[in-house]
Design a protein around this ligand. Structure first.
Ligand code: CMX
Length: 165
């Protein structure tokens, strides 16, 4: 009993010390995971795994010149998989693959009122890559938080302004 109590107390101590630099009174409440971005060397090589092995059809292939990537999207439930092929070795995905190889590149959360969410994130002490949203794939408004502020995970906020009432 004492052992369980000590273990729980130790865990609570570590969790508290881990998050103490963040203003935890801010609650952004993403509605869902909009997509998971996966960096690949080649869309042509990666798409067959998703289509033939997982059995999900790519519904869109789009170049996002601003981000120096070509993307392929798959819908799985409410969440998409976004494959990212670099169009420039000096772009964010080109550099990522050069350093780390293929793999999970970012997680995108669907949020409402993205401009407000960015202000809140900045107020919470999180380093922003984009202080203002920009246009991403599928016409979404997107903005990134720096992975050094988000425990090593490149984090994207994403809002479909066309869905706004
Ligand atoms: N996830 C986690 N860490 C990452 C990362 C990622 N995706 N990309 C880079 N890093 C880390 C690097 O490993 C490196 O860490 P160390 O200092 O410990 O080695 C550090 O961040 C700096 O990396 P870098 O290679 O020097 O790259 P930059 O600082 O020039 O850029 C980043 C990093 C995240 C600021 C840049 O990639 C960026 O602005 N990303 C946002 C835009 C983007 O990724 N667009 C592509 C997707 C677009 C879409 O979905 O449509």
């Amino acid at each position: 009993m004492i052992f369980i109590f000590l273990t729980c107390a130790k865990q609570a101590y570590f969790v508290n010390s881990f998050v103490k630099h963040i203003n935890t009174s801010i609650i952004m409440k993403p509605t869902h995971i909009e997509h998971i971005g996966i960096a690949v060397n080649s869309l042509a090589d990666a798409i067959p795994f998703y289509e033939k092995v997982l059995g999900v059809k790519s519904y869109s292939i789009e170049e996002v010149a601003d981000q120096r990537v070509r993307t392929a999207f798959f819908m799985i439930g409410q969440t998409k998989i976004e494959l990212l092929e670099s169009t420039d070795p000096e772009g964010p995905v080109g550099k990522f693959i050069e350093k780390r190889g293929e793999g999970i590149h970012h997680i995108a959360y669907a949020v409402e009122s993205i401009e407000e969410r960015l202000k809140e994130a900045e107020a919470a002490g999180i380093k922003l890559i984009d202080r203002q949203p920009r246009r991403g794939a599928e016409g979404m408004s997107i903005a990134f938080l720096h992975p050094k502020s988000t425990f090593g995970v490149l984090t994207e906020f994403c809002e479909d302004k066309n869905k706004r009432k």
